[in-house]
Design a protein around this ligand. Structure first.
Ligand SMILES: Cc1cc2nc3c(=O)[nH]c(=O)nc-3n(C[C@H](O)[C@H](O)[C@H](O)COP(=O)(O)O)c2cc1C
Length: 195
């Protein structure tokens, strides 16, 4: 199974990138037979979607997302919202997320991180057919929780235990959703833009 961790910040040396490194190491520790990659929006420099955007320039990334069975969305809270570069993914890469499970992890240097969960859950699922699993994790006061090398440094296991729960559940949902994607109703694609 291939799991893609989407690091949702376009900033260099972002909190989202170090969180993604931590999550990748945790996934490998849980089950090293999985292929885990980080899709870092700071490195990819994707075009902002416009009506005449040439999508062949993002064909490689489209193929990478289409080959993924499950996603972790690491979403920083920016001005109380999901950053536009994360929303842009759902314009550029239509179809790549259909009937796949996703685990939302939000990050904040301060005490934020709640609003992006609501924003992702309230609308992103419809046209994408992305399935957010019932567990999400807020990592606030990030710099006291994960260091620049992606190591967990918080005194308490509070966050680590929740991440462990979210990642283990994501792996199980990932296995189950393979069957859903092979079903007749999903193959038909009657409502490509959601119902
Ligand atoms: C444009 C911008 C807006 C931000 N707004 C918020 C915010 O509303 N709430 C919050 O808790 N942190 C906010 N932050 C700080 C981020 O929580 C902090 O940078 C953290 O490391 C996650 O973002 P990053 O992955 O881009 O580093 C903001 C950061 C930026 C760059």
């Amino acid at each position: 199974m291939k799991i893609t961790i989407i690091s949702g910040s376009t900033r260099n040396q972002s909190g989202s990138a170090k969180t993604s490194a931590y999550l990748k190491a945790q996934l490998n520790a849980i089950d090293d037979s999985q292929e885990v990659s980080i899709f870092d929006l700071a490195e990819l420099n994707l075009p902002m979607w416009e009506e005449d955007t040439d999508l062949t320039q993002v064909a490689e990334q489209q193929a990478e997302l289409e080959a993924s069975d499950a996603f972790v969305f690491v979403v920083p809270e920016w001005h109380g919202m999901v950053p536009p570069a994360v929303k842009n993914l759902f314009f550029l890469f239509t179809g790549a997320f259909r009937h796949k499970p996703a685990y939302i992890v939000t990050v904040s240097a301060g005490s934020g991180g709640r609003y992006p969960i609501q924003e992702m859950r309230s609308t992103v699922y419809k046209n994408t057919y992305l399935n957010f699993i019932p567990v999400n994790t807020i990592i606030d006061r990030l710099n006291a929780t994960i260091d620049d090398q992606g190591q967990y440094i918080a005194e308490k296991q509070f966050v680590a235990n929740r991440v462990d729960e979210g990642l283990r559940l994501l792996l199980e949902y990932g296995k189950a959703f393979v069957q859903i994607r092979q079903s007749d109703i999903v193959q038909e694609k009657r409502f490509p833009n959601g119902v």
